[in-house]
Design a binder for this molecule. Structure first.
Ligand code: GLN
Length: 298
């Protein structure tokens, strides 16, 4: 099957396109070929996947066909599907995404889940102050706001264009989160320390960046992926600033990368009591920590 066989002058039904597109994506070695094609068809036909099944025989208009053709060619150039259709789902909620923000990952859903569960075990579950550092699309902060009641939630990021996406996502999901521009490597003035700090910082090392798939390397924002160093710059900074910005008795939850857990523990255990959580594949992924009791007793 060649690209020429996608003849725009022919009348194509949704089902024919689904079949053609699936084999074209298989040939081009694109992940989840059928699902990709279904989601693209849903986007051009402005329908859900369920509605797509009952429209299989529907012929596409010229405009729909040319929109679809553009999407297919972008995906074959390895642009991530989420950027092409401008959206994704995270923790059951819809999120708008563009090239200014990292596409939220399933591993980060575990980070959100661990944090929500922890907060639900607290005797005081509301009136907490929570900060999401490097909020990107706002996915973490927004999920916390959706699942927890009456807390002050702040999302910070260095990128103004990411904050624009985050604000749009807060509006769509009807939650109240304060999104503020901050560079955590500069002085961070906080009125009061936070009870919960959560972050999925850029943790890919410069060396590992060379090995990335073209989807990540060429399309996702570099500042959201890597610290342009050994992958631990953000955690070193956290060890330092949490002394001031994490309340006594407060807890932090941080995601880290494959193979980083020993070094992460080494960085944090001097000053904090820590636990490591695994992701669904059994890979250590999250560090949960709080000030050592000796500090609290001071
Ligand atoms: N907090 C966002 C996410 O987890 C962005 C993270 C980042 O940019 N490193 O998807």
């Amino acid at each position: 099957m060649s690209e020429q066989s996608f003849n725009i002058t022919k009348i194509w039904t949704a089902l024919e396109l689904l079949k053609w597109g699936t084999s074209y994506f298989i040939e081009k070695d694109i992940e989840s070929p059928r699902l990709t094609m279904e989601l693209m068809l849903c986007e051009v036909l402005k329908c859900s996947r369920i509605q797509l099944y009952v429209q299989y025989e529907k012929p596409l208009t010229d405009k729909e066909l040319s929109d679809l053709k553009l999407m297919i060619s972008k995906r074959v150039q390895r642009e991530p599907l989420q950027y092409i259709i401008g959206k994704t789902e995270f923790y059951g909620l819809p999120f708008f995404v563009n090239a200014s923000v990292l596409i939220p990952r399933p591993e980060t859903e575990i980070l959100v889940q661990k944090t929500i569960h922890y907060i639900q075990t607290l005797s005081e579950k509301s009136n907490l102050s929570i900060i999401d550092i490097g909020t990107g699309s706002g996915c973490i902060a927004i999920c916390l706001a959706k699942h927890l009641m009456r807390n002050r939630i702040v999302g910070i990021d260095i990128s103004e264009s990411a904050l624009k996406v985050a604000r749009q996502n807060a509006t769509t999901n009807e939650v109240n989160v304060e999104f503020i521009r901050r560079d955590i490597f500069k002085e961070l003035k906080v009125k009061q320390p936070f009870d919960i700090i959560i972050s999925n910082p850029p943790y890919i090392s410069s060396e590992d960046m060379q090995e990335l798939e073209p989807e990540l390397l060429n399309y996702e924002p570099k500042i959201a992926l890597t610290d342009s160093s050994d992958g631990f710059e953000f955690y070193r900074r956290f060890v330092k600033i949490f002394k001031d910005i994490l309340s006594i008795g407060g807890t932090f939850f941080l995601e880290f990368g494959f193979g980083q857990s020993d070094k992460i523990l080494e960085l944090f255990t001097c000053d904090y009591e820590c636990i490591i959580h695994n992701d669904l594949s059994g890979i250590p992924r999250i560090i949960q920590g709080k000030h050592k009791t000796s500090i609290i007793e001071k």
